[in-house]
Design a protein around this ligand. Structure first.
Ligand code: AMP
Length: 114
């Protein structure tokens, strides 16, 4: 179920190019176009889910989390450490309305976020 108006659905469908670094039957991972850290990969479900607030399937969320950890290992940041975060809604800073986990690493990350 893709939403033709959704940027990330269009990446899933191959209509918009992206640098895909990993994929499963359920999810894909691709490099963020405006990286905020030396490693910045987005992990998204292939099917359209607007945000974490709209997720209904714990197994799907588990697959996304496992893929995020796989990406971190693949990108060589599992030992040094990394952050996995999903922004939700306006105050969360979400700018694309398709659930995505940011995988960030390759430098020390500040906390708390601004
Ligand atoms: P968020 O602001 O949490 O919704 O995250 C959306 C992310 O998508 C941002 O980090 C953007 O840089 C990234 N982004 C937007 N358009 C693209 C694109 N065409 N390819 C890859 N990443 C993108």
């Amino acid at each position: 179920m893709s939403d033709t108006s959704c940027l990330f659905c269009r990446i899933v469908d191959g209509e918009i190019p992206a640098t895909i670094v990993a994929e499963t039957a359920f999810a894909i991972a691709f490099r963020d176009i405006a990286p905020k850290a030396p490693v910045h990969v987005l992990v998204i479900p292939r099917r359209h889910i607007g945000s974490l607030s709209e997720a209904t399937d714990a197994a799907e969320l588990g697959e996304l989390a496992m893929l995020a950890a796989d990406v971190a290992r693949q990108e060589g940041i599992a030992e040094s450490g990394y952050r996995v975060v999903t922004n939700v809604g306006e105050d969360g800073g979400q700018s694309v309305g398709h659930l995505h986990w940011h995988v960030l690493g390759g430098r020390a990350l500040g906390w708390p976020p601004g």
